[in-house]
Design a protein around this ligand. Structure first.
Ligand SMILES: Nc1ncnc2c1ncn2[C@@H]1O[C@H](COP(=O)(O)OP(=O)(O)O)[C@@H](O)[C@H]1O
Ligand SMILES: [Mg+2]
Length: 158
């Protein structure tokens, strides 16, 4: 299993909360899927279980990076859509912020695939029918194990 169909926002929220409950210090999630796929929506759901007030989570389209205070430390939320090149990425201090302490979410990381931390979890959201299909694609052993735990939990629940 590597994907789940979420027929509405409520299902996306539930899945986000399950995924969030398995995340820990240093984890990096790269979210892709095009404009309006539901990346920010999913980050909001995940951040809720990490102790962030959901109303604090907004799209970093213009700010490029938001930082929220969660119970495991800083939650760093990037949206790289408006950056033009890797120099701009470096200028915002991306390599110092991404990974390391707390938990990192990166929307549009695929635009700078070479610049992403080598180990990370790709979360791909594809609109399908009235809902969204969400794929988890792990890069690295740590994220393979994380995905196994998430899917086992999802299967036991259904
Ligand atoms: N499973 C779902 N089914 C239908 N609509 C959804 C689902 N998940 C999220 N949405 C909606 O999709 C929209 C996505 O917006 P947003 O998260 O800002 O997109 P992105 O960050 O990918 O550009 C939100 O209005 C949200 O309500
Ligand atoms: Mg967004």
């Amino acid at each position: 299993m590597n994907n789940i169909y979420c027929e509405n926002e409520e299902k996306t929220k539930e899945f986000g909360q399950i995924l969030g409950s398995f995340l820990g210090e240093g984890d990096v999630l790269c979210l892709s899927g095009g404009l309006g796929a539901g990346k920010t929506y999913l980050v909001k759901a995940i951040a809720t279980v990490l102790g962030v007030n959901p109303s604090d989570v907004t799209s970093p389209t213009f700010s490029i990076m938001n930082i929220y205070k969660g119970k495991v430390g800083a939650i760093k939320h990037f949206d790289l859509y408006r950056l033009n090149n890797s120099e701009e990425l470096e200028d915002i201090g991306f390599s110092e912020y991404a990974g390391n302490d707390g938990i990192t979410f990166i929307e549009w990381g695929e635009l700078f695939a070479d610049e992403m931390p080598t180990q990370h979890l790709n979360v791909k959201i594809i609109p399908e029918g009235v809902g969204r299909r969400i794929f988890l694609e792990p890069c690295g052993r740590h994220y393979e194990e994380l995905c196994e735990k998430v899917w086992t939990f999802v299967n036991v629940r259904n």
